[in-house]
Design a protein around this ligand. Structure first.
Ligand code: FES
Length: 402
């Protein structure tokens, strides 16, 4: 090993540094003042990849399933390509309804390569009676309309250094959309992992993307789809629920990850099955966006608050608003109903974009969707998209930003 001699800083070094400073200052003084460029190449590229806003024209509408699911093919309005994304990510739809800005995340239900043709696709299921925005979209969006979204968001995508090479995707109903996007990405060569999809539907008529999946399976041996029907039996399909035994049957030997995308009911069931499988935490991943409704279904909810309406005082910069806040809906929804557009993205308590301070009162936050940092919990910060008032509350929220 070489000997390293560290010389202590002496007087001569100090004089040397001092002379250097004089020289440096003279160079700075002699340099002509130039205006900063308005746009640096790196900033332009960063903006293209992570735009705050994207405007699209609806190019086509595809009706699926029993007619309660629609895919919207969207072409970028300015003729450029939409931001490239990771299969499984979502965008936030922004829609003005009766003068109020309503935002909801929706998965990009296409392969990322589609963006290279200037377009992408989102799929929306009409949700009754909770579908504040989905009903509006089904009833109003038509070909040729202009709509607005955020850039791609979310972390529900395959990551080679974290996930196993073999993935069992468990999808329920319209939860198939991020999984379909992953299958497209594998077929197009944008992702490289083995994907087995256990797709739970009530009947064969409820199955979505069946023809598209068949095309993908013809194109690549890395994707296979097994339909699991709960209310009927059909040739080539499994029958019943997606249990640990069924997952084991299709996973075979070796390590695998489970990616789950569906409703809270499905997750509650699957959590127990994942425990039976003895899956490490990192190998069990759930798509959680926009999944926080019906707080009384979560453990620890104070039932005496259910069905009540409280007062929500909210401070945003120099303005203070007083609005009603129903205990049964999250604080973000109460703000939207009052026409106040707060910052939001995932709407599942995870991304932290809506991080606000609880100044007075109490809220209920389901543990499953409590994505706050430990320090934030200590300092009284909440994520309003995943918090429910359990009494009168006062919060401080930053202004909306894209
Ligand atoms: S919008 Fe993501 S945590 Fe609230």
């Amino acid at each position: 090993m070489a000997n390293v001699h560290i010389k202590p800083i002496g007087l001569l070094d100090m004089l040397y540094f001092k002379s250097k400073k004089v020289k440096r200052d003279s160079i700075i003084d002699a340099t002509a003042v130039k205006e900063l460029k308005a746009d640096y190449e790196s900033n332009i590229k960063a903006h293209e990849r992570h735009p705050g806003n994207q405007e699209f024209v609806i190019e086509d509408i595809i009706i699926r399933g029993r007619g309660d699911v629609r895919s919207y093919v969207l072409r970028k309005k300015d003729g450029t390509n939409p931001a490239f994304f990771r299969a499984g990510q979502f965008v936030v739809l922004r829609q003005m309804i009766d003068g109020k800005l309503i935002c909801r995340p929706v998965t990009l239900s296409c392969g990322p390569s589609m963006t290279l043709e200037g377009k992408c696709m989102v799929t929306v299921k009409r949700v009754e009676p909770d579908g504040f925005l989905s009903g509006y979209i089904h009833d109003n969006w038509k070909i040729g309309d202009t709509i607005e979204t955020s850039g791609p968001q979310g972390t529900f995508y395959y990551e080679g250094i974290r996930d196993a090479e073999k993935v069992i995707a468990v999808a329920g109903g319209s939860g198939i959309t991020p999984v379909f996007s992953m299958a497209c990405a594998i077929a197009d060569g944008d992702e490289d992992f083995d994907l087995t999809v256990l797709y739970g539907s009530r009947t064969r008529d409820d199955v979505l993307f069946e023809e598209e999946f068949a095309e993908i399976m013809k194109k690549t041996g890395k994707v296979r789809v097994i339909n699991v029907l709960s209310e009927e039996e059909d040739e080539g399909c499994e029958h019943g629920f997606i249990t640990a035994d069924l997952i084991r049957k299709y996973a075979g030997e070796g390590t695998f990850s489970v990616f789950a995308a569906g409703s809270k009911g499905m997750y509650d069931f699957l959590d127990g099955e994942a425990e039976k499988l003895g899956l490490k935490k990192k190998y069990y991943r759930k798509e959680l966006y926009d999944n926080v409704s019906r707080p009384w279904e979560y453990e620890g909810y104070p039932m005496e608050a259910k069905d009540k309406t409280f007062n929500l005082k909210i401070k945003m910069c120099d303005k203070v608003f007083d609005i009603p806040c129903a205990a049964n809906e999250n604080i973000m929804v109460a703000l939207e109903r009052a026409g106040i557009a707060g910052p939001n993205r995932c709407r599942g308590g995870i991304c932290g974009w809506c991080r606000s301070r609880l100044l007075e009162g109490t809220v209920f936050i389901p543990e499953e969707t409590d994505g706050r940092r430990a320090k934030d919990k200590e300092l009284g910060y909440i994520h309003p998209c995943a918090s429910f008032a359990t009494g009168n509350i006062y919060i401080e929220m930053p202004n909306r930003r894209n």
